[in-house]
Design a protein. Structure first.
Length: 476
């Protein structure tokens, strides 16, 4: 077994690649459906990407917004303490003594959220799993005690199950837990493992899968055992549209089997069904990107270095093509000495191939009907915004993080973001995108465990000492 799959993953085109000094024409299909560079060197008129019809009446898929207004600084709504959750005194909702490394949220299914908690220190720490309804603040079931000692790893595995495994080299143990009742339906040995072993467990949407390098991807069953199998490189790529407040579809892809292979196989993570897109004979699928209702892919003739981008529904039915000229979508950027095509930019398309908007800088996310674009001003951390219905450019907002610091938005113009980290101090902030006004800030001191998540439609905050969860809601 080798670890060539790490290199294969790195070959995927990044969201923005300017490190080679080459400007890129990039298309973004349905909220960043494809984000791959198209190198452009002195296109003549007959080699320019074609003009595309304007999408005047397109609406984005429904996004999950915060149900409570964020215009005024929020206050705690429900509060869930250790006692409320059925935990022993001193239990912390944490997976590491250092808050910056702690990741207690396992995931959520709608309003049902699941956390890994710990009590004690070093080898004496006791690990448990708790479930919480974030709409009401009520626990879902009594805490499920897992083990003492080293941290287990836990995953969602479909709408009704949770999976936890130990990281021992040998004699690993697994728990399969009913995510509605908390009942342990299986406790026993498992072949599943963590990297760098075989059958490495990965989270893909709400499902857990197991990867084996240069072998393929397995489903995981009710006794923590491998089930369905899709052969391939074992480098699952659950690459989904970035910057969307929307659930990921149960699809993933991996590199096809074979030495130096680059083609991709798309499959369902619910049952291992392979999606076979409607493509021309003699071609292979490259650079897949999932989006709501389907996926986009470069479809490359086997004897050509590039190919057109095609859009498919989630069953592989071909919907439309987006042809951006003979340079296609390269796997890796190449260096061109000639001047770049002067119409470089980022293009947002609908699933039907209609152009929504062009921007000069890379889009980061959608907030309602606003396309948020990096203004490329590092010193001011500025963001442009475009109305996807009209293409009109809005105000440029500065001093906020709409990329990694984005938390959520309400149905109006207000976004909630974070700045800093638990080590240096964390700020949670609300900004009105209409005016760029900072509405409020909640700050915590360096070393605090405080953290804020958007879980479904609720803003959930962990307390400074890591012992309480609470909702953040508008003052009554």
């Amino acid at each position: 077994m080798t670890y060539e799959h790490h290199k294969r993953i790195q070959r995927r085109v990044a969201l923005w690649i300017l490190t080679f000094g080459v400007l890129c024409v990039v298309i973004l299909l349905v909220f960043f459906g494809v984000s791959s560079c198209i190198q452009s060197a002195q296109f003549s008129d007959d080699r320019r990407p074609p003009e595309y019809p304007r999408a005047d009446h397109w609406d984005p898929p429904k996004q999950t917004a915060l149900q409570s207004s964020m215009r005024v600084k929020p206050v705690p709504g429900w509060v869930a303490s250790n006692e409320d959750l059925g935990l022993a005194p001193g239990t912390r909702i944490a997976t590491d003594p250092m808050p910056i490394h702690s990741q207690p949220l396992i995931g959520n299914i709608g309003d049902r959220a699941f956390f890994l908690v710990s009590n004690g220190e070093d080898l004496g720490v006791v690990w448990s799993l708790v479930g919480l309804n974030v709409d009401t603040g009520q626990r879902l079931f009594p805490p499920v005690q897992l083990k003492r000692g080293g941290k287990p790893y836990c995953y969602l595995n479909g709408p009704d199950a949770l999976l936890c495994i130990t990281t021992d080299i040998d004699n690993r143990t697994a728990w399969v837990i009913d995510s509605r009742s908390g009942v342990v339906t299986y406790l026993g040995p498992t072949e599943l493992a963590m990297r760098p072993n075989d059958l490495n467990v990965q989270q893909v949407g709400i499902y857990a899968v197991a990867e084996s390098v240069d072998e393929g991807v397995y489903g995981i069953g009710s006794r923590a055992e491998p089930t369905w199998f899709v052969p391939g490189a074992g480098n699952t790529s659950p690459v989904y549209v970035n910057g969307l407040d929307i659930d990921q579809p149960p699809l993933a892809f991996q590199t096809v089997p074979g030495i130096n292979a680059l083609g991709k196989t798309l499959f369902s993570v619910t049952d291992g069904r392979v999606i076979e897109p409607e493509t021309p004979d003699g071609s292979e699928i490259m650079n897949i990107q999932l989006f709501p209702g389907g996926f986009a892919a470069e479809v490359r003739p086997r004897d050509q270095p590039f190919g057109p981008v095609m859009l498919f529904d989630d069953n592989g039915k071909r919907m439309t093509d987006v042809d951006l000229g003979p340079f296609g979508l390269p796997i890796e950027p190449a260096v061109f000495e000639a001047p770049v095509f002067n119409d470089q930019g980022w293009w947002l398309f609908t699933p039907d191939g209609e152009l929504v908007v062009k921007t000069a800088e890379p889009p980061v996310r959608m907030v309602g009907s606003r396309l948020i674009v990096d203004a490329n001003e590092f010193s001011t951390r500025s963001w442009d915004q475009y109305d996807i219905h009209t293409g009109a450019r809005g105000k440029r907002c500065a001093n906020l993080d709409m990329a990694g610091g984005y938390i959520g938005h309400e149905k109006t113009s207000i976004v909630v973001t974070s700045d800093g980290n638990p080590t240096i101090g964390l700020d949670t902030e609300a900004t009105d995108l209409n005016t760029c006004e900072r509405l409020w800030t909640i700050s915590s001191l360096p070393g605090s465990s405080r953290y804020v998540w958007r879980i479904n439609t609720t803003l959930v905050q962990l307390s400074d000492d890591g012992t309480e969860l609470m909702s953040l809601v508008a003052p009554s």
